[in-house]
Design a protein around this ligand. Structure first.
Ligand code: ASP
Length: 288
């Protein structure tokens, strides 16, 4: 385990519009990356940092997650999220959660306070209520969908974060409103441990894109497996996983962070909104 180095990466979803000005998203991602850096420098755990950053991404309304989520075809906001920490491979997830401000906080509570990995639907809601998590008081007032339901060019906008803390621990978190125009009850890759989210002692992964394809190749875990069993280095493993889902017709991208602080952010979508804090302290924000 490498100790004494910290790094992180965050994303605001695969897919960008050529003619859209992403100044607000860039400023938001820069600010969150700086917040994450300060937390890590103060000794915060990777798990706490990915929770804080994804909560911030959910709350800002700029992405298709949390406040910016879109309703499903039945007009309901069903949100998915998952979180995993690598040192003990503990995980938590919620699927088709309605009525709560921060799905990632609910996923974290599942990790911390239940013997389970995933709670779905009504059970997830009851659990979030029991834990006193903040509710959405008025659906119509709270949600400000970041993308129009008929916006075929911009079907995705999940958020996620991977972090490496000073103790050498990795964590990953992903949260989404799902794909636009999804069927009622549709659950994508975001809450699937090993689908969109994975962390172990070697690598942390958070994916975004057409979830069905990421599920069909178990994308997040596939990156780790390629490194562990195939001996591939981090960038090659990430690229090979993306290529395998690309070969099925899938589109998207991923953040991959290694225990040595190395980062890869491959995507085959038109752009991916992302920010990276490298081990040398530099922050890069990119949308193309
Ligand atoms: N992967 C998400 C889903 O399929 C969508 C996204 O990444 O924006 O629900």
């Amino acid at each position: 385990m490498f100790r004494g180095q910290r790094a992180l990466a965050l994303h605001g979803g695969a897919g960008v519009l050529a003619d859209h000005d992403y100044a607000r998203e860039r400023a938001n991602m820069q600010a969150l990356a700086e917040m994450g850096r300060d937390l890590l420098d103060a000794g915060a755990s990777a798990l706490d940092v990915v929770t804080e950053i994804v909560s911030g991404l959910e709350a800002c309304g700029l992405y298709v997650a949390g406040k910016g989520a879109s309703p499903n075809r039945a007009g309901r906001y069903e949100l998915d999220a998952s979180i995993m920490e690598g040192s003990g491979q503990q995980a938590g997830a919620v699927a088709a959660l309605t009525g709560f401000i921060s799905p990632i906080q609910a996923a974290r509570a599942v990790l911390k306070e239940t013997p389970h990995v995933m709670l779905a639907g009504r059970g997830a809601e009851s659990f979030a209520a029991l834990k006193g998590l903040e509710r959405v008081e008025s659906v119509n007032d709270y949600y400000t969908p970041a993308a129009a339901p008929d916006d075929r060019e911009f079907p995705t906008g999940t958020v996620g974060c991977v972090a490496l803390d000073l103790e050498g621990r990795l964590a990953a978190a992903t949260s989404t409103g799902g794909t636009l125009n999804k069927m009622e009850g549709r659950v994508g890759d975001t809450p699937i441990i090993g689908g969109a989210t994975w962390a172990d002692q070697t690598v942390a992964v958070s994916c975004t894109g057409q979830g069905e394809f990421f599920m069909r190749v178990a994308a997040a875990k596939d990156v780790s497996a390629r490194m562990a069993y195939g001996g591939q280095d981090l960038p090659s493993a990430a690229r090979a996983t993306l290529d395998s889902l690309g070969a099925l017709g899938g589109e998207g991208g991923m953040l991959v962070l290694g225990a040595d602080g190395s980062v890869a952010t491959p995507f085959n979508s038109p752009g991916m909104k992302r920010a990276i804090l490298h081990v040398d302290g530099s922050i890069r924000v990119e949308t193309a």
